[in-house]
Ligand binder design. Sequence first.
Ligand SMILES: [Zn+2]
Length: 316
Amino acid sequence: MSEKIVIGVDIGGTTIKLGICSSEGELLHTHEGPTGVEDGSDAVCQNIADYARLIIDESPYSWEQVEGVGVGIAGFLDIPNGIVKLSVNLYFNNVPLKDILEEKLQTKVLVNNDANVAALGEAWAGAGRGISDCVCYTLGTGVGGGVIINGKIVEGFRGMAGELGHMSVVPDLEAIQCNCGKMGCLETVSSATGIIRMAKDAVQRGDRTSLSFVPDIMAKDVLDAAKAGDEVAMRIVSRAAFYLGKSMAAVAVILNPQRFIIGGGVSKAGEFLFEQIREVVRKLTPEVAQEGVEIVPAILGNNAGVVGAAGLIIRS
Ligand SMILES: [Zn+2]
């Protein structure tokens, strides 16, 4: 067997997930193991290297076929040098991850942030397969983002390109402070956290809503209530959809991507949510900038991280 393969590594706070991909982005084999954060950054790096050897050993492939190892990690990175400057949940502080892994594995290693990597996964082998320009949103605890142009991640001057969750879209009078310290960021309204907050505010204000009877409101409760016709929940969801659409209208005239891909827990609300977002984009975007542009759900789910990490080796 001489077919080339790439390994993708998705480092989470508790689990490291790995995947072997073909050079076309097909996920061939997966492996996961504990991150071992409590043992310190050296131990985490050693675990990554051990798991990378292991996944090859337990697969029908050989180390000679490996073209490289891509790694996705949450945190502030020096992307070109593969240094993790700060990763809060992993307690990484100035860890030269690329150099350490290249030394241990004797192959090319590329490191990028988890949101960019997930976007690349979708663009390469998911909902963006076959097209070159797409912009991805992940609606989870926050709003993650990634921009893929000409098939490659747009990193920007300091690696901060594609931080879509921090586009300031909410007008001053309604804006609240974001985790980043600034006011009115998209993720304050369109993330699961934002949706839950708006729902709790409504309940506290005494608005008449079925959500008053939900003990611990989750974003899914709000989306379900909206689908069932609860007016307060519908208002919250349409607000989340509005600001998402507003941000896409801005992105559409800056980058003119062919596809917007939306993933993450909130996106599971499906067409109910997507139709509202498309309607806002139709209203706010000049005709020529929205012609042929599609807004579609992500399809790789939790695998976007490992597939995209592997994609770093192919698409760079
Ligand atoms: Zn922010």
